[in-house]
Each structure stands twice: as C-alpha cells, then as structure tokens.
Design a protein around this ligand. Structure first.
Ligand code: G3P
Ligand code: CA
Length: 260
C-alpha cells in the first residue's frame, strides 16, 4: 500500500450540497478540507472569464433563463440566479468570475481550471488574469478535454501542471485491454502534458498506474463518489481524487479501514 499524499479535488466545489461552480460551493469545499477546487471556465462576450459548466445558463438558472455564455456580457450573466435551482437557501447566488474565485482560495489550497472555451482569446485572457493575480503556479492545475487546448495551454504556461481529460470507452472489455493503455500513453507523450484526468475509477488498475509512473506522469480520477472506489484508488497510489462530496471522501480515507 502507498502512503503518499492523495489530493482531494472538489468537483465544481462541494457540488453535492451547494450549487455547482459558485462561491458558496467553493467555500464549502475548502471548509470541508479539499486541497483543490475544480471549476469550468468560459470567456464572456466582453472579455471576462466566468465559471459555469454548460455553454448556456438554462440548466443552472432558477427560471431556465437561457443565455449563451460566450455571447453574453458579464453584467447580464451576473443577473442570473444560479443558486435557487439547487436549494432556496442559495437564492441570489451569481456566476463567479475567475478573479472572484481566486480571491477566496486559502493560501495553502489550489484551483483546477477546466478550460471549456477552446478559443485562443480565452488563453490570452487567462494569461493576463493569472499575471495580475500572482497566484503561484504550484497552486494551479489546468485540465481540458480538447487535446489542442492542452498543447496550447502547456506552451503558454509551462510552469503549470496540465492534465488531459479523457473519458474511458463505454465498453469495459475494451478499456481493460493493453491496447487502450498503450494508446493512452502514446497520446499523453504527444500532448507533452503532466498527466491525465480519467473518469472511471473501476478502470484504474495497477498496470495503468505503473505505466504512468514510468513516464513520470500523474493520475487524477474524477467522478469518485463511493468509499470503496476512493480507498482502492488511494491504495493504488493515484495522485488526485475528484469528488462532489469532499467531506465524505476525506472521511472515508481517514477511516481505520484505509489506515490498516
Ligand atoms: O474534473 C473533471 C471533470 O470536471 C470533467 O467533467 O463535465 O464535470 O466538467 P465535467
Ligand atoms: Ca469540470
């Protein structure tokens, strides 16, 4: 069993209990002990980086107000209530900007920036924002599904660890064979990134962990919501677990079962 530190990443904040990608959700995640928060970012029509998962506001707004994020100005996006849909106690919560999020990160914690907006303007604005905010690169991680975005981000921010987001195939049989592992390693080398962020804990095995280690790459696993998965992944030596419920997962990992 490995005893190395496993980092807990709060997926869209403590999003099981608070509205995803909002300041209350991120604050709750830190209060629960998460090492990092994870958020999804887009550039608005008037050049502000905002945090919201979908390309429009429909799903996370109380009245289903549909504003296309990249075509809308910050002031209009700010008028949307993205808290009430989760629970009336969060009424009036607005979409946060990247700057607002950075301002609430405790000094010993960090931020996973998921780039949802693959336009080059986004990276330009991200670079400006990070320069202004002077957040140390070791408190930042960049993730994205688009391989070209990963390549561009790593070129622009060589000092920030960057992980490619990859969804396993739906067929378990395919994923567990050696070819899938080899293909993944090959792609990661081509992307020149620092590791991979994978979605399905079931598919993570010792072979995969060892193959990544041999290449000096790190492994994050997202959608980890069960105690069994969290404990197994920790024992395998993965680097990060991303979850909607940081308190629950931290509790499991600190339990006597894991320490045995
Ligand atoms: O942390 C990775 C995860 O956030 C990627 O999926 O759809 O929740 O952004 P999604
Ligand atoms: Ca995300």
């Amino acid at each position: 069993m490995t005893n190395k530190k496993i980092y807990i990443v709060a997926h869209r904040g403590a999003s099981d209990d608070a509205p995803e990608n909002t300041i209350p959700s991120f604050q709750k995640a830190f209060a629960e002990g998460a090492d990092f928060i994870e958020g999804d970012f887009w550039l608005t029509n008037d050049n502000h980086i905002v945090c919201i998962h979908d390309s429009d506001t429909k799903r996370t707004s109380k009245r289903g107000t549909k504003l296309n994020v990249v075509k809308t100005k910050l002031s209009e996006l700010k008028s949307v209530d993205v808290g009430s849909w989760k629970n009336p106690q969060f009424k009036g919560t607005s979409i946060p900007t990247l700057e607002e999020i950075i301002d609430i990160i405790p000094a010993d914690r960090g931020l996973f920036i998921e780039i949802k907006d693959d336009r080059k303007e986004f990276l330009i604005k991200l670079s400006e924002t990070l320069k202004n905010k002077k957040l140390s690169p070791d408190r930042l991680r960049i993730i994205a599904f688009n391989p070209d975005t990963i390549i561009s981000a790593k070129k622009l921010f060589p000092e920030i660890k960057t992980y490619w987001l990859f969804e396993w195939f739906s067929s378990k049989r395919k994923c567990l064979n050696g070819i899938a592992h080899k293909r993944l390693m090959h792609t990661l080398k081509k992307l020149n990134c620092d590791g991979v962020d994978l979605n399905n804990a079931l598919y993570i095995d010792n072979n995969l962990v060892e193959s990544l280690k041999e290449l000096g790459l790190e492994l994050c696993v997202y959608n980890v919501e069960s105690s069994a998965d969290a404990v197994r992944l920790a024992k395998l030596g993965v680097d990060y677990i991303t979850t909607n419920s940081p308190a629950k997962i931290i509790d499991y990992l600190n339990s006597s079962i894991y320490l045995e």
